[in-house]
Ligand binder design. Structure first.
Ligand code: ARE
Ligand code: CA
Length: 582
């Protein structure tokens, strides 16, 4: 047994309390090394080996290098000590505990999870598990009020190609008018990129956090939007841009004017006075030298109090959550207090951070509920768009992304194919719609919340920002209606099939060199099996029955029924066909 590969630690994601009396523990081991994994556990105060309970850990997934096992340990006392008992493929048995690996139980020591505190339980909003989120870039979604159009508003047409500074006149009234459309699609939450006053089209350079941008409407329009959206069963999530403000934000204006004498000088990271914006800003900004986005010193108590007052104002107005911009560059203490504050105002509010890399540092239950899942997008991009990974690599990459986070966060992670910051996924697929459709099917059946970027559902294309922000196509002739129906159908399937929303995940088939990927989602004895043929040829697929454990199946997409013979399920899939079996 390769003992160097063994890993466990008593923190997320390796040890996650599920409730006050159970702890989910994971073990990492070398790939293919372990035949059996047991966890021996007891109250920390028990001294006798005979008091230890045994719980079998199950294989949960593999990635490129490792196998992962998982067990749910019951502990009445809330205090735990545990040690892994591993059996290698050659029959050798070792213990693995805090002191190391040994044939003797005592030398291996024990891991200790000293106490499960109520405050350490990771609770995410229940509704988020059933959500399908639709992302709206307000200037480009729908123009419901020509009166508020900015000067130099460009033509809203299918040939529109936005530049960095284009405006198209989209607004909140337009969104209100489009609610029936969104309801028809089947989504139940809307995520808005920023809507507060700012000079740009994207509004990430906030001038006034307490005011709806006049190009989008006013406070009344926004209140009406909340009311109407809620009436249609849709939640509203706003973008919290707290890493930086805009350069027209009152505090920054003051610093520009009064320099070192400004009472707001410590709200930012000023390197030198007087403050200059050109040729290069002499203060920290978002990314590299973006003078219109001075970085906020969120560790400064006054800044924090100011922003929290903003948070209170909008949260109390009735929104359902926040998406946090550049969340990874704002200090952890800020986010911890932010979480307590937001959940105090609205325990059902959802908090989603924007982090493009492994975000586990924010997902221990005390900061975000989850993140925009760009790790998911990376995997999906390589498999369906580029087609540079086979089923086995795809599976391994998904595992790496999945095992990085605790379950609670995974279940509500925003799984996106694309966003306002990336090229459109249909474009990534070389506009090959069948590949795009298969990726959407995967998105709708995988663990986590599907996030649909406006217009994807009707076949919009576009290169990266700003081209991915073209005005929404509303002319029926220009919309891909068949694709819209396909989205509708998939959303309906997801919403009607609990395993797809709540279920655990098991790989079913992921062979090296193969384009066929299959997995099973299980929830309370119910299964959904997803089989995807990511290739332009017909594929004969033979699936083992153990993961599935049923003989009869119905494909939710076509209604076709079938039966397994012997101990395998034999299927034939047409090019780019995907099926959802129940
Ligand atoms: C402009 C240009 C971009 C350029 C950017 C940075 O258009 O081509 O990359 O400046 O100089 C908003 C606007 C953008 C605008 C930007 C600055 O929407 O159009 O872009 O302001 O004026 C990183 C951050 C991530 C950030 C992306 C854009 O980590 O937080 O960059 N995303 C949010 C929003 C954006 C928004 C801002 C932040 C600023 O979603 O819309 O931009 O408020 C890798 C890295 C990521 C990196 C990603 C993309 O994968 O891992 O960290 O994201 O690439 O660059
Ligand atoms: Ca308008």
């Amino acid at each position: 047994m390769l003992i160097e590969a063994l890993f466990h630690e008593t923190r997320v994601p390796y040890a996650c309390p599920e409730n006050l009396h159970s702890l989910r523990v994971r073990l990492r081991a070398g790939k293919g090394e372990i035949a059996r994994c047991l966890v021996l556990h007891a109250d920390r105060y028990e001294l006798l080996d005979s008091c230890f309970q045994q719980t079998e850990a199950e294989w949960m997934a593999s990635d490129q290098r490792f196998d992962y096992f998982e067990a749910l340990l019951e502990c009445t006392a809330k205090r735990l000590q545990y040690v892994f008992l591993l059996e290698g493929k050659k029959g050798e048995r070792v213990y693995f505990g805090e002191s190391g690996v040994s044939k003797e139980r005592n030398r291996a020591g024990v891991f200790q999870y000293a106490y499960i505190h109520e405050s350490a339980l990771f609770v995410t909003p229940e509704w988020a598990r059933d959500a399908v989120v639709y992302q709206i870039f307000p200037d480009r979604f729908a123009n419901g009020d020509k009166e508020n159009d900015p000067p130099r508003t460009e033509d809203w047409s299918k040939d529109a190609r936005p530049g960095r500074d284009s405006f198209y006149g989209g607004d909140l009234e337009g969104v209100i008018h489009s609610l029936p459309y969104l309801r028809k699609l089947g989504v139940n939450a809307l995520y808005f990129t920023p809507i507060f006053a700012s000079p740009s089209n994207h509004k990430y350079d906030t001038a006034d956090y307490l005011r709806i941008d006049p190009q989008f409407g006013n406070l009344d329009t926004f209140k009406r939007l909340i009311r109407e959206a809620h009436r249609h069963g849709m939640r509203i999530i706003l973008d919290a841009v707290f890493n930086h403000s805009g350069d027209r934000f009152f505090a920054f204006r003051d610093v520009l004017e009064k320099g070192a004498d400004s009472q707001y000088r410590d709200w930012f990271f000023i390197e030198q006075f007087p403050v200059v914006q050109t040729p290069q800003p002499n203060y920290e900004t978002f990314a590299v030298n973006v003078p219109v986005m001075p970085k906020l010193r969120t560790e400064n108590r006054e800044v924090k109090e100011y922003l929290f007052q903003v948070v209170r104002y909008w949260t109390e107005m009735g929104i359902d959550g926040w998406r946090l911009d550049v969340a990874n560059e704002v200090d952890h203490a800020f986010w911890r207090d932010f979480r307590s504050f937001v959940k105090m105002l609205n325990p059902e509010a959802l908090i989603i951070g924007e982090v493009w890399h492994n975000a586990v540092k924010w997902l221990e239950g005390d900061q975000f509920d989850s993140v925009m899942n760009y790790l998911f997008r990376d995997c999906v991009y390589r498999f369906f768009a580029e087609q540079t990974s086979d089923a086995s690599e795809f599976d391994a990459e998904l595992t790496t992304a999945r095992i990085s986070y605790p379950d609670q966060a995974l279940q509500v992670a925003w799984n996106l194919l694309d966003s306002h910051d990336t090229e459109r996924f249909l474009t990534s697929c070389g506009e090959k719609e069948e590949r795009f459709r298969l990726a959407v099917l995967f998105q709708m059946t995988y663990v986590g919340t599907p996030l649909i970027y406006y217009g994807d559902e009707i076949g919009m294309t576009g290169e990266t920002d700003p081209d991915c922000r073209r005005p929404m196509l509303w002319d029926k002739e220009e919309q891909n209606q068949a694709l819209f129906s396909y989205y509708q159908r998939l959303i309906r399937i997801r919403r009607s099939c609990a395993p797809l929303r709540r279920g655990s995940f098991r790989t079913w088939l992921a062979d090296p060199g193969s384009p066929v990927y299959a997995f099973v989602r299980s929830w309370q004895g119910e299964n959904a099996g997803i089989v995807l043929n990511n290739s332009d040829s017909w594929q004969n697929v033979s699936l083992p029955l153990d993961t599935w454990a049923k003989r009869n199946w119905t494909d939710l997409l076509t209604g076709e029924k079938g039966q397994a013979s012997g101990n395998r399920m034999e299927l034939i899939l047409s090019p780019y066909q995907g099926i959802v079996l129940v």
